[in-house]
Design a protein around this ligand. Structure first.
Ligand SMILES: [Zn+2]
Ligand SMILES: [Zn+2]
Length: 326
């Protein structure tokens, strides 16, 4: 055999070996032991002023409902109510005043979350705040944000003159969140960014006398393909996540919704953007129902591996902090 032929032969063998390795890497399944399943993860649970029972009991409810990882949080603005307004709110919602002091209440809540996170061995607990997106325009209350492991941004039509945000609005929020994250180095989640728009399209059609079944896929679409590319450019590799909350289950019966939302989300997933799943539970009414994020996540391509990314990141941050404090 000539040396050139030998080299070519060796190169071919090498290429076959490399493609096998690549093939294995492409199709290799991650260890189940290294991941939480989707319905074990709930990264948006209200557990502060709105919790229906003492904190430990509330966590018991969630654990009995199958959860193994929780992000406990509260709406930051609930701590700014005047006494009269607060009392009316408490009696209307039949709630106890768990955190009566508007100054120390926020700090006390984060301490309660830290303590329960340390004491419970049956569930992994992270703590955070849910902050209304309008505060990104109006100014942030920074002190309590320093105690959060995660900050979630509450997106809704309230900050957009009553029109539910879509791709363009989401992108402008993302740019603001990126700026805030330069100061607060914690994972951030865009809470319920999509369902408001899908619900609004449905409501508008019904109000104008149309059947929901007459709504076309294009009417539901949230992103243009240019917006998808822009968002991928902003979020790929970042620590900013998008939430797909339990409310999607009710939208998921309509095949046109499924098609539209899959076209909206799948390219983002394929490009490497990361998502979270949640119930957004405020009380027991949100529990005891089927919590099946896999139903909608599967067609979107959102895998347990994708959703475990934030959990791994949070655990790494905790581990690093505990190393530094030694
Ligand atoms: Zn919210
Ligand atoms: Zn919420």
């Amino acid at each position: 055999m000539k040396i050139q032929h030998f080299l070519l032969f060796a190169l071919c063998l090498n290429l076959i070996a490399v493609s096998r390795v690549n093939g294995q890497q492409k199709f290799a399944a991650p260890l189940q032991e290294g991941m939480f399943q989707l319905n074990e993860i709930d990264l948006h649970v209200h557990a502060g002023k709105e919790r229906p029972v003492p904190l430990n009991e509330w966590v018991d409810f969630l654990v009995h409902d199958g959860r193994k990882v929780l992000l406990l949080l509260d709406h930051l603005e609930l701590y700014r109510m005047e006494e009269k307004e607060k009392n009316a709110w408490l009696s209307k919602n039949k709630l106890k005043d768990w955190y009566p002091d508007p100054v120390t209440g926020k700090n006390q809540l984060m301490k309660d979350f830290s303590n329960i996170s340390a004491s419970r061995k049956d569930v992994l607990i992270f703590r955070g705040w849910e902050i209304w997106e309008g505060e990104l325009d109006e100014g942030l209350e920074k002190q309590p944000m320093k105690d959060a492991e995660v900050i979630g941004w509450h997106l809704s039509k309230a900050a957009w003159n009553g029109k539910a945000p879509m791709g363009k609005e989401l992108i402008s929020r993302v740019r603001q969140v990126i700026e805030v994250q330069k100061e607060f180095h914690v994972p951030m989640i865009l809470f319920h960014p999509f369902s408001g728009h899908y619900n609004a399209v449905k409501e508008a059609a019904l109000l104008s006398g149309r059947q929901a079944s007459s709504i076309k896929k294009e009417e539901y679409r949230y992103f243009t393909s240019d917006e998808q590319k822009e968002l991928i450019g902003l979020l790929k590799g970042s620590s900013i996540y998008m939430e797909i909350e339990m409310g999607w289950l009710s939208l998921w019966k309509d095949p046109i919704v499924i098609e539209a939302f899959t076209e909206d989300i799948r390219p983002l997933v394929d490009a490497g953007l990361k998502f979270t799943v949640s119930t957004d539970a405020h009380n027991q009414r949100h529990l005891g129902k089927p919590y099946q994020p896999e139903v909608y996540c599967q067609s979107l391509g959102v895998t347990p591996e994708n959703v475990n990314t934030i959990i791994r990141e949070l655990l790494a941050i905790r581990a690093k902090k505990s190393l530094n404090s030694q």
